[in-house]
Design a binder for this molecule. Structure first.
Ligand code: F6R
Length: 369
């Protein structure tokens, strides 16, 4: 039931605040993270020396975001790998490796086979999944469910923000169990997590219409580029995937620092480029570097659409459009900044008259390798 929305995707994007809230719900107690499903696993988390995250598509990008949080809060090295690549390269995995798989459906064959291979090699496996009782969680030693609710549209939206949320909860939990996380950092992070739903809602309430308008003006665009840095990089990749998947136009995401190593050659007058601008309050250096990337591409005629924090005036002279997101500390920005990109991809596909719930050639659950 679309509940009055024009598509399941529109409904599911509108549920992004709730997907985060429900994934956090019941997991914060007395100012700390409590994940009942992980009771009794402290020794496991204390004994690992490495995390490998395995997933495909959008879930893989959630994993790339999660890497920053796990490394920062739990101080364990994290590799994030496409599940279908993992299995075919004789991976180095053992009993001190924790393999975290991420899957909305819990049925993705590529991810399932990778988890089985990791288990065969002796790794501990933990599944982040949105579907109760699905195959991947059943094959795993531990489960942290995302509570995004059923996702019907083929393109993943609310499950993505719920996956990042679950990874953050896991990172905070493991960080505490390992004694790596300062209580003050834990406290601030929990506050940030709990503040997220209202901030995502703010984007939906205040920017959705303008983003939709923008996507309608861009209905005949043939290529869109997305740039990001740090946690903004996986968001750039996600923005590009969603756009190609839904609107069938060429889209590519790059790490902003990589521009001068090649992709800047693509910039010609009129080329639309989304730039995820990190908060100047996080790292002033990083912010300045991204602003200078914007200047570089603008000088070559790019049409810059900046996704930037409210009040960030530095981008104004260079951006053709600025999509505003509320302030959040750096690790939490991606959960908010991805929302304009989801709205944009949906808007552009709608402007082209395409079925946003059922893009061509794609299935919701990929149960073949
Ligand atoms: C993109 C998308 C896909 C899935 C991928 C993994 O919008 O939906 O890239 O994210 O096929 O699916 P799950 O999470 O079910 O394993």
């Amino acid at each position: 039931d679309k509940g009055g929305w024009p598509s399941f995707m529109a409904k599911e994007v509108s549920e992004e605040p709730e997907a985060v809230a429900k994934t956090v719900l019941g997991r914060v107690k007395d100012g700390g993270i409590v994940i009942p499903e992980l009771d009794g696993l402290d020794e496991l988390f204390q004994g690992i020396d490495r995390v490998i995250v395995l997933a495909c598509g959008t879930a893989y990008y959630a994993g790339l975001v999660g890497k920053y949080a796990i490394e920062q809060w739990a101080r364990i090295p994290v590799d994030v790998e496409l599940a279908h690549e993992f299995r075919y390269r004789d991976p180095i995995v053992g009993s001190t490796t924790l393999v975290v798989s991420i899957s909305q459906s819990g049925e993705t064959m590529d991810t399932l086979m990778a988890v089985k291979e990791a288990a065969r090699l002796g790794a501990k496996t933990l599944s982040i999944c949105n579907t109760q009782g699905a195959t991947i969680p059943r094959e795993s030693d531990a489960i942290v469910y995302t509570h995004a609710g059923p996702e019907v549209a083929v393109a993943s939206t609310k499950a993505f923000v719920a996956q990042i949320t679950a990874l953050y909860l896991l990172a905070l939990h493991v960080g505490r169990v390992r004694g790596a996380l300062a209580p003050s950092v834990a406290e601030e992070s929990i506050d940030e997590l709990e503040a997220l739903p209202a901030k995502i809602q703010w984007v939906l309430d205040n920017e959705q219409e303008r983003i939709e308008q923008l996507s309608h003006w861009m209905g005949d665009t043939r290529s869109v580029l997305f740039l990001g840095r740090h946690v903004g990089y996986p968001i750039a990749l996600e923005g590009a995937l969603k756009l190609k998947e839904l609107s069938y136009i060429h889209a590519e995401g790059f790490a902003a620092g990589e521009l001068k190593h090649g992709p800047i050659a693509l910039i010609e007058p009129g080329q639309p480029v989304f730039v995820m601008v990190p908060s100047p309050r996080g790292s002033a250096t990083l912010h300045a570097k991204v602003v200078s990337n914007i200047e570089e591409i603008r000088a070559r005629g790019a049409r810059v659409i900046a996704v930037a924090e409210e009040g960030d005036a530095a981008v104004l002279p260079f951006a053709d459009e600025v999509l505003r997101v509320p302030l959040a500390s750096p690790l939490f920005e991606p959960l908010i900044a991805v929302v304009p990109l989801h709205i944009f991809a949906m808007g552009l596909a709608t402007a082209k008259g395409l079925d946003v719930d059922q893009p061509r050639n794609l299935a919701k659950s990929v149960t073949v390798e």
